[in-house]
Design a protein. Sequence first.
Length: 92
Amino acid sequence: MLEINCPFCGKRAQKEFSYVGDASITRPAPEESTDGDWFEFVYLRDNPRGPHDELWHHSSGCRRIIKVRRDVVTHEIIATGVPSDSLSKSAS
Ligand SMILES: [Zn+2]
């Protein structure tokens, strides 16, 4: 079983968390966006191989959203932090 290190609670079992989504996408600015920008934001996702930033909800713990950098091939948790953190720089 995976363990995720919540920055607020410490190491917890993965079953306490719910996957929220890709942490690398950004919401288009309403005044400058096209229908194509919104289509891409809502429906299109990359499917990278290797390390990937994700958002997870600690639904059975502190109920906060955290950012997790996870290798989607090996499922290794590389780093965790708050959503504003840039985890790719701390990857090793
Ligand atoms: Zn927590």
